[in-house]
Design a binder for this molecule. Structure first.
Ligand code: NAD
Ligand code: TDX
Length: 344
């Protein structure tokens, strides 16, 4: 299969590209990535000269580029997105453009080219926030609450509309919080690991009692692979880690594994509109795709810490580059204070 992977220079896309080339020795992969602040060509450097890999720099909203690449593809796996909730709160414009317009641009090109197969990578955040009980599944009603999740929800609807209206062969996956190698150090796990490696405190939002269901990125990539090859057209698959943790508990695990105490926690003002709990019921994916999460959390988190320890130049370049300005706007030059939420 010739697969076009959008956003393949980002966190999950990079992992998916390596997974596909390893697991499917006859497949060819082309990455389309705009190399925004979150895209990093260095991730794909080991593939330079690889006979089954091509990289194209370009924007998923650019009809010309998208059309040309889709013409030579059998399938599209669509990761490209603005992905960080905090950034969407500060300015939603890039989220609306890339996540919504970019998705429709790809769908249109797939349709124009004899219905190229399309897999859309989405998030559990489209379902809103859970109370203390219950789990999200494929039938959960949509209730997005941040500009990020609203833009992802809109994209999901457009993909479903392409199936219902035009019978474009699509599948969708909604997945919980990923962790693992190549994750940009603005997300909780890599931010906290790298802060500790720099001797900085870790900013824990609000009361630290928000819950996320953490899934190792390799488990997520296997799930997407299965949905792409064996999923039923028009269907959605939810992938979760069966691994709910409060942020406070997760922080304590990272501190313990890295040999630090709780004095390194810096309680900071909460994220506005902070969703309380996400958790996924993956029963459908388990039953119909034979998928289940395989990486035990403690193994995954130790491997992730070891990756950031071993790849210090990778994240130091990011943290000292353009990202530094963004980070210091929130936390100050010392990296320890956060301006008050104006509403509190
Ligand atoms: P990321 O921010 O690490 O990477 C996004 C990639 O998309 C980057 O390489 C970036 O350069 C590229 N990109 C952004 N705008 C583009 C554009 N206009 N044209 C082409 N490329 C563009 O994101 P991620 O964490 O790898 O997430 C990948 C996908 O998975 C996203 O769709 C996200 O919504 C979804 N998702 C992420 C998680 C998670 O925990 N990270 C969980 C569930 C779903
Ligand atoms: O510094 C922090 N302190 C903190 O307490 C950061 C960055 C986050 N948090 C909290 C907020 C969340 O409750 O940790 C939790 C995880 O935050 P993020 O890593 O920003 O992830 P989240 O907002 O849950 O969204 C992620 O998972 C779903 C991805 O960024 C999305 O792309 C994905 O769709």
């Amino acid at each position: 299969m010739r697969i076009l992977v959008t956003g393949g220079a980002g966190f999950i896309g990079t992992n998916f590209v390596f997974h596909t080339l390893r697991a499917h020795p006859r497949d060819e992969v082309t990455v389309l990535d705009a190399l925004t602040y979150a895209g990093n060509l260095e991730n794909l450097k080991p593939l330079e000269g690889h006979p089954r890999f091509t990289f194209a720099k370009g924007d998923v909203c650019d009809r010309g580029v998208v059309e040309t690449l889709i013409r030579g593809s059998d399938a599209v796996v669509h990761f490209a997105a603005e992905s960080h909730v905090d950034r969407s709160i500060a300015d939603a414009s890039a989220f609306v453009r890339t996540n919504i317009l970019g998705t429709q641009t790809l769908l249109d090109a797939c349709r124009r080219n004899a219905n190229v197969r399309f897999h859309h990578v989405s998030t559990d955040e489209v379902f809103g926030s859970l109370g203390p009980k219950g789990l999200f599944n494929e039938s959960s009603p949509y209730d997005p609450r941040s500009p990020y999740s609203a833009s992802k929800a809109a994209a999901d609807h457009l993909v479903r509309a392409a199936w219902h209206t035009h019978r474009l062969p699509v599948t969708i996956s909604n997945t919980s919080n990923n962790y693992g190698p190549f994750c940009f150090p603005e997300k909780l796990i890599p931010l906290f690991i790298t802060n500790l490696l720099e001797g900085k405190k870790v900013p824990l939002y609000g009361d630290g009692m928000n819950i996320r269901d953490w899934i190792h990125v390799e488990d997520h990539c296997r799930g997407i692979d299965l949905a792409l090859r064996h999923g039923t057209l028009g269907e959605t698959y939810c992938f979760g880690g069966r691994n709910e943790r409060t942020n406070a508990e997760l922080t304590e695990i990272i501190l313990f594994e890295m040999g630090f105490g709780k004095e390194m926690i810096l309680p900071v003002t909460d994220r506005p509109g902070h969703d309380r709990r996400y958790a996924i019921d993956s029963a459908k994916a388990e039953r119909t795709l034979g998928w289940h999460p395989e990486v035990p959390f403690i193994v995954g988190i130790r491997k992730t810490i070891a990756w950031y320890v071993a790849n210090r130049p990778w994240w130091e370049r990011i943290k000292s580059g353009a990202y530094r300005e963004y980070y210091e706007k929130q936390y100050g030059a010392g990296g320890v204070t956060r301006p008050q939420d104006p509403r509190t």
